[in-house]
Design a protein around this ligand. Structure first.
Ligand code: ACO
Length: 424
């Protein structure tokens, strides 16, 4: 048996053998036999858009690895900043590499005063923080003209550092504005996650000391959300990056993709769903309605995972630790009941619908005091390191501009009709 497929054009009888390489067959080979015949694959369900060495995901077995390291080990033993380094550099840092990385990111946390004073404060008083965030990330490109030098290694490195470092500052600024609280400047004596919590919650105290259990829990959530190979937002980053736009503009496109309820907005949707269900007794009726086609079970199902999302398992454990500090989120019992019923119901098991990363993350965020509107923003803070790793990989490979084909199903050619002759 050879690792290849043979395609026969039944119109002509000609055949072509295409090797299977890294689990895929090259569409460029197919084109040799069938020019002008396109793969029809809406949603890219069966299409590999690139080769990548960053994240390995086996959805059937529930495996997730960054650069070969299992997500479980990273969540247990690493930190978000170290994971960001790993994603971008391919290897874990030595002590001195880590120290230099940590220092660089720590000293780029400030944002230009005009971003905050003129740009962010110009939003309507009830602006959604994710909408503010998407726009603020795009606006950064106008503050760093050197960002356009995407093939200059020094410039590229600087933009990567800036983006990772400034995400928490922009996120907290968007939150403080939306609740009418004054902006808190970064405290560079604090670690990445502690500093973010300080910018979020500090009131009048000279220094905000985050609860270490909560800071570590958030750091674990950041690790789990740092990358997930070719998801919707990473694809947006790659598509825009392939046109050689600057990384702030590409990251803003990725943030916009993350805003949607089918992607980064799902944990917000989970909390709204659990709140709507209201009590454990109402769970069976809710599940019945979903099965009858009335809405979806938010936080369930995944395009790639057809077993329990490994991140959801880690998050469930983390939730228990958080609740020892914050008290139990009252929605937890509803979530547990929902999971129990869904996992034993043929409708969900036959479609391989299991809890995904968002099913429990919202419960943690809510217990920690984050408003629902901040959930997608919390997702974007760490995901930027994954987006940047993919952006860098795409530039290093000198990837072609993303430009898919379509199957045209519209009208044939017809002549223009004057307005007074258009009798409809
Ligand atoms: N609740 C109920 N039924 C569902 C759900 C769900 N959450 N998800 C899928 N299904 C059903 C569909 O109705 C469909 O059933 P059918 O075959 O009888 O028509 C079948 O399962 C397959 O569903 P698709 O929509 O084809 O699956 P797809 O891979 O396109 O969608 C998605 C994946 C968008 C994540 C989907 O499962 C969903 O909407 N989940 C809820 C939202 C969510 O939790 N999103 C977060 C994803 S994780 C992340 O982005 C971080």
């Amino acid at each position: 048996m050879t690792d290849s497929i043979t395609i026969t054009d039944n119109r002509t009888g000609s055949s072509l053998e295409i090797p299977i390489t890294n689990g895929g067959v090259a569409a460029s080979e197919w084109q040799k036999l069938l020019p002008g015949i396109w793969f029809y694959d809406p949603g890219f369900v069966s299409t590999a858009a690139c080769e990548s060495a960053i994240t390995y995901l086996d959805g059937e077995k529930g495996i997730l690895r960054y650069r070969g390291y299992p997500i479980e080990e990273l969540a247990e033993r690493s930190t978000y900043l170290e994971v960001a380094y790993l994603l971008l550099h391919g290897e874990l840092p030595t002590e001195s590499e880590y120290e230099a990385w940590r220092k660089e990111i720590t000293y780029h946390t400030f944002i230009h005063e005009n971003v905050r004073k003129r740009f962010l404060e110009g939003f309507h008083y009830d602006a959604h923080p994710m909408g503010m965030f998407v726009s603020a990330v795009a606006a950064l490109s106008t503050f760093y003209a050197d960002a356009k030098d995407i093939f200059d290694p020094a410039s590229r490195h600087k933009q990567i550092i800036r983006l990772i470092a400034k995400m928490p500052t922009l996120a907290a600024a968007a939150h403080r504005f939306s609740v009418g609280m004054p902006f808190v400047y970064p405290d560079n004596s604090l670690g990445f996650t502690d500093n973010f919590l300080s910018m979020m919650w500090k009131v009048a105290e000279p220094r905000f000391d985050a609860n270490p259990v909560l800071a570590r829990a958030l750091d674990i959530l950041f690790i789990l959300h740092a990358d997930h190979e070719q998801n919707c937002s990473t694809t947006a980053m790659r598509v825009v990056g392939s046109s050689h736009a600057d990384p702030y503009s590409a990251a803003a496109a990725a943030c916009a993709a993350l805003y949607g309820p089918r992607h980064g907005g799902a944990n917000e949707a989970v909390i709204r769903m659990l709140t709507q269900i209201g009590s454990v007794d109402e769970v069976p009726a809710f599940v019945k309605a979903v099965k009858e086609g009335h809405g979806r079970l938010q936080g369930f199902g995944h395009r790639v995972y057809k077993s329990y999302d490994p991140r959801a398992k880690i998050i469930k454990r983390t939730a228990d630790q958080v609740f020892t500090v914050t008290g139990k989120n009252p929605l937890l019992d509803i979530a547990l009941k929902l999971e129990e019923i869904a996992l034993s119901d043929e409708y969900f098991t036959s479609r391989k619908l299991y809890p995904n990363v968002d099913f429990y993350s919202g419960l943690i965020y809510q217990a920690m005091g984050f408003p629902l509107e901040m959930f997608p923003v919390l997702f974007a803070i760490p995901r930027v390191s994954g987006w940047l790793a993919h952006w860098q990989e795409l530039l290093d490979e000198e990837a072609k501009i993303a430009r898919p084909r379509q199957l045209y199903i519209g009208k044939e050619q017809r002549s223009y009709v004057a307005m007074d002759q258009r009798g409809r």
